[in-house]
Design a protein around this ligand. Structure first.
Ligand SMILES: Nc1ncnc2c1ncn2[C@@H]1O[C@H](COP(=O)(O)OP(=O)(O)OP(=O)(O)O)[C@@H](O)[C@H]1O
Ligand SMILES: [Mg+2]
Length: 250
């Protein structure tokens, strides 16, 4: 039985897509067959940080309309075996949206992991993902505006997602020196603010930006910084006990 994980945020631009690409790459490198679904309908971009720019001809809409089988529409990464991407469609109507939860459930059984990169905010797509996922990861940056929106997201998913859903917080773009000086909330503050346990802390790392701009998966060229954080999070997702680095804690 595989695992469906949706990645969401309240505030936009906090790093969901980079996070999904990084963690999914690590899961595949750990030999877990991993499908990424880009559910940011109309704004697809997960292919870029994955290093799969425009590699896909078919998308999520084709699968939901049954014009293509999932196995045909999901493209495999050229350099990371076992990593697959189902691209986002330009639009999705209400009938297609109704079929999304069943597709995620099926994908979770056909792959070891199905990671869904959602749009920002608390709209109907992320709400339907929350109903069928075992884990929901809320990504936030360490600032009060993002944390407030993450808290609103957590309360909504607790209500909508039901008891099977485990919610976890990912703190992205963390800067230890700013945290140490009190200029930004640390991981403990973030957990207190949002009220859910932490799955990991990803440091600010300019290679996340540079590798995406080169159209290259970060984990193929880096093994420390954000890449190491994504790997630790992938290990926690498969049940390994990996401590949070002390520099991010109180
Ligand atoms: N750990 C990090 N260090 C430095 N830059 C980062 C990090 N994580 C993400 N970024 C950068 O932040 C920007 C936004 O990231 P990304 O597109 O992943 O966010 P998003 O939450 O998916 O946005 P949207 O809400 O629009 O879907 C990108 O330029 C990305 O390269
Ligand atoms: Mg995104």
């Amino acid at each position: 039985m595989g695992k469906a994980v949706f990645v969401a945020s309240g505030k936009g631009g906090v790093g969901k897509t980079s996070f999904t690409a990084g963690v999914a790459s690590c899961l595949a490198a750990m030999r877990f067959r991993t499908l990424c679904i880009d559910a940011d309908v109309g704004l697809r971009n997960l292919d870029i940080p994955l290093g799969m720019n425009d590699i896909t001809a078919l998308d999520l809409g084709d699968v939901l309309r049954r014009d293509a089988a999932l196995g045909d529409a999901a493209a495999e990464h050229p350099d990371i075996p076992g990593l697959y991407l189902l691209a986002a469609p330009p639009s999705m109507d209400d009938e297609e949206l109704k079929l999304l939860p069943a597709l995620i459930s099926y994908a979770a059984s056909a792959y070891d992991f199905c990671l869904v990169d959602g749009p920002a905010g608390l709209g109907s797509i992320v709400q339907s993902c929350s109903k069928v996922s075992g884990t929901g990861i809320i990504v936030t940056t360490p600032d009060r505006t993002s944390l407030r929106d993450a808290e609103a997201a957590a309360r909504l998913f607790e209500r909508v997602g039901g008891r099977h859903l485990e919610l976890r917080l990912a703190l992205n773009r963390a800067r230890p020196s700013l945290m140490a000086s009190g200029g930004a909330p640390n991981a403990d503050d973030a957990m207190d603010a949002v009220g859910i346990p932490l799955i990991g802390v990803v440091p600010e790392d300019e290679r996340v930006i540079a590798s995406s701009n080169r159209g290259e998966a970060l984990v193929l060229t880096a093994s420390d910084g954000a890449a190491a954080a994504y790997l630790r999070i992938a290990k926690r997702l498969v049940g390994e006990s990996v401590p949070i680095a002390k520099e991010f804690l109180r």
